[in-house]
Write a protein that binds this ligand. Structure first.
Ligand code: UGA
Length: 439
């Protein structure tokens, strides 16, 4: 099939590339000329494992193209995906900013020359797909098209695998023609028996928010339970294992930490709260998850301070990891953006390392941080080390070496990577999140 992907951000680029890998002919369109030039010369604007090779392969094999020109792509397309950004609106009220979506609709419309399915892939409030349809109809009354919603559930850092082996594909349609086009697009997944949930457009739109909100609630829940564990002397690792074995609960997304970040959970939970308010309903659990998440970040600052003996003033703290999760260079809403400045304000000096995120981090963190080349350099002469993001390379650190490099052996493990007993045996002062530290 011929497919146009509007937007070469995270979702657009991954989806477009993976659809080309399925065998479709995909043209990715973006207004930012430098981005398209970079992609055409083989440069990938984001760090996502496996993406670069897949882009190169599909470009070479002639199934993937990049252009700034809609008219080169849309007229021959069976399907046009809209995968542009829907950031939180600049008004700061939590609403999703739909400017780019509507702009895309207006720009696609004149180029729709034969039947086309226009598919919304961006995360958008309920009702947006129908607005897109209205705009297209107003701009080009002759356009023969259907609108559909096809939310994405990719995780950064695991996006290729998530696309190729999804738990499910959700398609929201209100015509058989559109349903057929979408089923054809995802046909390669039938081989691995991927369930396709075919539903109404509104249900598909809301499903995306509900999925992210549920996961955010699950993380905030385990973070609160971790805090309770600290208060009563219980261990959250064993507890999460025990509750996760109940198939109704499931073991995933029960890892406590410094709070969730990224470009999705923080934005989508707020947007859902706004959508719901507009309809006179409540999502109190989601509101609570958002509050708990903010409190968790503040609690981490306190934890670092207390483990340092009550004050961070004049102390040097080594941060291992800055991004909101491993395997990405994405710093959006990373807990480090809240935690590090709070410590610096009280006079802490920061040394930091991140395998991929240091360039991005510089845009989000205050000046004065010393960025270094590896974990050991970060620990040299520091009063404490904070494991902020659980990159694989921090999972088997040479702890004897770390201890020798630190001015005092204080290890604050915000991802519970290390075994507290072992850390104590090695002579560290150790703090995790909700884990039992004996002695
Ligand atoms: C999330 C969803 O997982 C995807 O399904 C969805 O498609 C995506 O948002 C989106 O809407 O585009 P992502 O933001 O890439 O994906 O990352 P996650 O792996 O979900 O992690 C989000 C945050 O939660 C990270 O800060 C992570 O450290 C934190 N987290 C996750 C925990 O603190 N504990 C956990 O157990 C799991």
């Amino acid at each position: 099939m011929n497919i146009t992907m509007i937007g070469t951000g995270y979702v657009g680029l991954v989806t477009g590339t993976c659809l080309a890998e399925f065998g479709h002919f995909v043209t990715c369109v973006d207004k930012i000329a430098e981005k398209i030039e970079a992609l055409n010369s083989g440069k990938i604007p984001i760090y996502e494992p496996g993406l670069k090779d897949l882009v190169h392969k599909n470009t070479k094999e002639g199934r993937l193209k990049f252009t700034t020109n809609l008219s080169e792509a849309v007229p021959d397309s069976d399907a046009v995906f809209i995968a542009v950004g829907t950031p939180t609106s600049r008004r700061g009220d939590g609403y999703a900013d739909l400017t780019y979506i509507y702009e895309a609709a207006r720009e696609i419309a004149p180029h729709l020359s034969s039947y086309t399915t226009v598919i919304d892939k961006s995360t958008v409030p309920v009702g947006t797909a129908r607005q897109v349809a209205r705009i297209i109809r107003e701009t080009n009354p002759d356009a023969d098209f259907d609108i559909a919603s096809n939310p994405e559930f990719l995780r950064e850092g695991a996006a290729i695998n998530d696309f190729m082996r999804p738990d499910r594909v959700v398609i929201g349609v209100d015509s058989e023609r559109a349903e057929k086009v979408l089923r054809d697009i995802y046909k390669p997944l039938y081989l691995i028996e991927t369930p396709i949930v075919c539903t109404t457009i509104e249900t598909a739109e809301l499903t995306k928010y509900a999925a992210n909100a549920f996961l955010a609630i699950k993380i905030s829940f385990i973070n609160e339970i971790a805090n309770v564990c600290e208060a009563v002397g219980a261990d959250v690792t064993d507890l999460a294992k025990a509750i996760g074995m109940d198939k109704r609960i499931g073991p995933k997304f029960l890892h406590p930490g410094p709070g969730y970040g990224g470009s999705c959970f923080p934005k989508d939970t707020l947007a859902l709260m706004r959508i719901v308010q507009e309809h006179g309903e409540n999502v109190r659990l989601v509101e609570a998850a958002v509050e708990v998440n903010a409190a968790q970040k503040a609690r981490m600052v306190k934890k670092i301070r207390e483990t340092l003996g009550g004050s961070e003033t004049g102390k040097t703290i080594a941060f291992l990891g800055l991004t909101f999760k491993p395997e990405t260079d994405d710093m959006r809403e990373a807990p480090s953006i809240t935690i590090i400045p709070a410590l610096m304000e009280k006079g802490a000096k920061i040394k930091a390392h991140d395998p991929q995120g240091m360039e991005e981090a510089k845009k989000y963190l205050p000046e004065g941080i010393k960025y270094v080349q590896n974990a050991y350099e970060a620990c040299e002469g520091a009063d404490a080390v904070v494991l902020m993001t659980e990159w694989n390379q921090y999972r088997s650190l040479d702890l004897e070496r770390i201890k020798a490099l630190l001015r005092q052996p204080v290890f604050i493990d915000l991802r519970n990577v290390y075994d507290p007993d072992r850390m104590l045996d090695l002579g560290f002062t150790y703090a995790g999140v909700g884990v039992l530290v004996k002695g």
